[in-house]
Design a protein around this ligand. Structure first.
Ligand code: AMP
Ligand code: ZN
Ligand code: FE
Ligand code: FE
Length: 297
């Protein structure tokens, strides 16, 4: 049983349309797929239709851009009612923040002599609801300024880069509560990824988040070195948090994040889904089902 709970389609900054992502997941032997585009549920319907056809079990989610102790963190929200008004309003603010950031980023690039227009970015961004730095990176690649996304982040778009612009993100503890009210469950994405400051995500910080309603942490992630994973796994055990693992696949946008390359243990998924059904029942909201599908063969 191969369970990959964190992937992106072209509705955010992945490169595959949701249906294609689901088909590829099936080809790669993924039985349970989490679709978790940044700050949007727009890919859910297309992915659900494809999951029924391909025989992949689909867990619908959103990776919400949050802030904790002044730093950006990502929160995986599984199975919330996407129409819950406070959630809709907060995602709107985050998406608006992304769209406002784009012209500011392009202006900073212009200041250092790189002229790219909003249309150049739109041309590479396709169907996305969540315009992001990866799309600016793609536009820089298309212009021949850099060879790939990684180089674009390293030279220009990363937090220390000359074209970095901060944007709005939701308060993490508030968002954990909002997702619970929407009948969903939350897992902290790559909490100790090297490129973020994560000093606030120590045992005390995680205990506080658990008290706010956090269900789990993503331990097996490509941005966590082996020793980091061991330490996080031990923390999760002490705090009784669900442990997940996932590829954080972005299509061709991020090399070495192949679908199913990191996975979640079946007992951990089972626990997460039990917590989700409790959250759903006590919320009184209409939450999405896990689409249980299996290949006929
Ligand atoms: P944004 O949402 O616009 O703040 O951009 C964040 C996205 O950029 C996430 O999907 C990250 O995985 C991606 N990202 C961050 N650093 C890099 C990097 N060095 N190379 C490629 N993608 C990156
Ligand atoms: Zn992404
Ligand atoms: Fe992330
Ligand atoms: Fe992600």
């Amino acid at each position: 049983m191969r369970i990959d709970l964190h992937t992106h389609s072209d509705r955010s900054d992945g490169t595959d349309p949701p249906a294609e992502l689901v088909r590829r997941a099936h080809e790669r032997g993924v039985d349970v797929l989490g679709l978790t585009d940044h700050d949007t549920a727009e890919g859910w319907q297309e992915a659900a239709d494809a999951a029924r056809t391909a025989g992949v079990t689909l867990v619908r989610g959103i990776e919400v851009s949050c802030r904790f102790a002044g730093y950006g963190v990502h929160l995986l929200a599984y199975l919330p009612d996407p129409t819950y008004p406070p959630l809709v309003a907060e995602l709107r603010r985050v998406l608006d923040g992304r769209n406002e950031r784009l012209p500011a980023t392009l202006e900073k690039l212009r200041d250092i002599g790189i002229h790219i227009g909003v249309d150049d970015v739109r041309a590479v961004a396709g169907e996305t609801a969540a315009m992001g730095r990866p799309h600016v990176a793609d536009a820089l690649v298309a212009r021949g300024v850099v060879p790939d996304r990684n180089a674009a982040f390293g030279r220009y778009l990363g937090p220390q880069g000359p074209a970095y612009v901060r944007r709005y993100a939701a308060d993490l503890e508030t968002m954990i509560g909002t997702i619970a009210e929407a009948g969903g469950v939350t897992v902290l994405a790559h909490p100790w990824a090297a490129r973020h400051d994560h000093s606030a995500m120590d045992e005390r910080g995680l205990a506080r988040l658990k008290a706010a309603g956090l269900s789990g942490i993503e331990v097996d992630h490509h941005d966590h070195p082996g020793r980091t994973r061991d330490a996080l796994r031990e923390l999760a055990r002490r705090l009784d948090l669900v442990v997940t693992g996932s590829s954080d696949h972005h299509g061709t946008g991020k090399p070495d994040h192949e679908l199913g390359s990191l996975t979640t243990a079946p007992d951990q998924l089972e626990r997460l889904l039990e917590l989700a059904s409790v959250a759903s029942a006590s919320s009184g909201r209409q939450t999405p089902e896990v689409l249980h599908c299996s290949a006929d063969s």
